[in-house]
Write a protein that binds this ligand. Structure first.
Ligand code: PEP
Length: 246
């Protein structure tokens, strides 16, 4: 049985003042029956991890470097994130693939470093609008998945997030059939790559999830939760998504 996961990606948003939102979220879900993960900017990992006390909310990062240390100005290693209080890290988000030229091979190396350091790797895949309109969605996500798989990946160390690039921050959401098609395909691909682990690996949908559409998306087969951007920034917006998953 896969445990559901509501994950939030704050991107480059938030400040110490936003810890009030985290407190409110914890108060709204004092004993959640699903996993909740918030990934704030790196500067907020320690404050967020420190203020949640004994609440099971997990704190994650949005990226890590593949190397353990060295001359990589501005980068942060997986071990550093762990020391700051992170237990997970998103790798291969489409904004990093686009803005920082990250290839799936880079993503795999980052994910491998995350897992080697005891962090849950949340690996993102997703097609652009052009790729979907050309009928290449399954080829694109299948290739990204195969090439992005980290070493040490299993049901405890890996989560896959399917995030169509055209649905991120746009208010556009694929049809439930389209989501189901891609999630079913990813599950089948995982069975090829990681037989024995595929059934336990959680598949998140991401892209304009909000309180009003969460329940119908979560009812789709092979959707084990969501990776949420904009609607994860406040307790008011994220709490209904967590509730829809429980
Ligand atoms: C994201 O950035 O991962 C995301 C899904 O964003 P949004 O929910 O805002 O579309």
């Amino acid at each position: 049985m896969r445990r559901k996961l509501a994950a939030g990606n704050w991107k480059m948003n938030g400040s110490l003042a936003a810890m009030a939102e985290v407190r409110a979220l914890c108060e709204a879900h004092p004993a959640p029956t699903v996993d909740i993960l918030l990934c704030p900017p790196a500067t907020l990992i320690w404050p967020m991890a420190s203020m949640r006390h004994d609440h099971p909310l997990a704190v994650g990062a949005q990226d890590c470097h593949a190397e353990a240390k060295g001359a990589h100005t501005g980068d942060i290693s997986a071990a550093m994130l762990k020391e700051a209080g992170a237990t997970a890290v998103i790798v291969g988000h489409s904004e990093r693939r686009a803005d920082h030229g990250e290839t799936s091979q880079t993503v795999a190396a980052k994910g491998s470093a995350a897992i080697a350091n005891g962090l849950l790797a949340v690996v993102c895949v997703g097609e652009t609008l052009e790729e979907r309109e050309a009928g290449h969605t399954l080829d694109v996500v299948g290739t990204q998945l195969a090439d992005s798989l980290p070493e040490g990946a299993n049901a405890d160390t890996l989560v896959i997030a399917y995030e169509p690039v055209w649905a991120i921050g746009t208010g556009k959401v694929p049809t439930l059939e389209q989501i189901g098609e891609v999630h079913g395909y990813l599950r089948a691909q995982l069975a090829d790559h990681l037989p024995g682990d595929a059934d336990g690996i959680r598949l998140l949908y991401g892209g304009s999830v909000k309180g009003s559409n969460a329940a119908e998306i979560f009812a789709v087969a092979d959707v084990d939760g969501a990776l949420v951007g904009g609607a994860s920034l406040t307790a008011e917006d994220f709490s209904p998504i967590v509730s829809a998953l429980q």
